[in-house]
Design a protein around this ligand. Structure first.
Ligand SMILES: N[C@@H](CCC(=O)N[C@@H](CS)C(=O)NCC(=O)O)C(=O)O
Length: 220
């Protein structure tokens, strides 16, 4: 086995791949690409992923990109510490929760992050309000699931937790910005408004190797 992962700091999709590798306790060579230097668009990167995006996983001669595909590949190839459940029903539910997140929550989370970090909230309040209310509805669904279970699906961490976790962390980080002052109070403090999500975030942070997955530039 010779695993290589190319990833970028602060990329939620890269974070998924890093979490999966650490959770499965697989040894890998880590290649952090610098977005600012356009390293993800180098000839070497484009030869592996013509879209010039990270994460990219290489296992021997096999190359895989798209974070969800990487999780599925790793789970099939290296079944220890399974990510997609132990039964057909669990696999179905894990994939369902992932699809629900990607279809009904992710777009709104991205819209909020983009508005706060890049576009600015002034003049865009109507679309931000819309994204906020969709995001809050999805957060309530997730809160409900986590109120009766430690993990999003089943008895253990799964791909569902790994897919959802980085998106929520990105949003929480964006909400720390001064520009997000008004929006912040709808979600925060998380411990008061969404206590089960707050406890779950701490649980994910306990997985061995978590520290190695934390976006390095967030520590600066
Ligand atoms: N659907 C892809 C998304 C990958 C993606 O968009 N990665 C971003 C970083 S978060 C990227 O590499 N962006 C560089 C670019 O678009 O130029 C996945 O799940 O892996």
């Amino acid at each position: 086995m010779s695993l290589d992962l190319w990833w970028g700091s602060g990329s939620p999709y890269s974070w998924r791949a890093l979490l999966a590798l650490e959770y499965k306790q697989l040894p890998y060579v880590s290649h952090q690409v610098q977005f600012a230097k356009q390293e993800h668009k180098s000839a070497q990167m484009l030869s592996m992923n013509p879209r010039g995006r990270v994460p990219v996983l290489k296992d021997g001669e096999y190359v895989c990109f798209e974070s969800l595909a990487i999780l599925q590949y790793l789970d099939r190839k290296y079944p220890q510490h399974p990510l997609f459940g132990g039964s057909a029903e669990e696999t179905g539910t894990i994939n369902r929760v992932i699809c629900e997140y990607e279809w009904y929550a992710e777009d709104h989370i991205q819209k909020l992050i983009y508005a706060i970090l890049f576009q600015g909230v002034d003049g865009h309040m109507e679309e931000i309000e819309r994204a906020m209310s969709h995001m809050l509805a999805e957060a309530r669904t997730i809160e409900k699931r986590l109120s009766s279970s430690a993990w999003l699906v089943g008895e253990n961490l799964s791909a569902a937790d790994i897919v959802v976790f980085p998106g929520i962390q990105m949003l929480l980080r964006a909400l720390e910005r001064r520009e997000a002052q008004e929006l912040r109070s709808r979600l925060l403090p998380l411990e008061a408004n969404f206590p089960a999500i707050a406890a779950w975030l701490k649980r994910v942070e306990q997985i061995p190797g978590y520290e190695k997955t934390y976006p390095p530039h967030w520590r600066e």
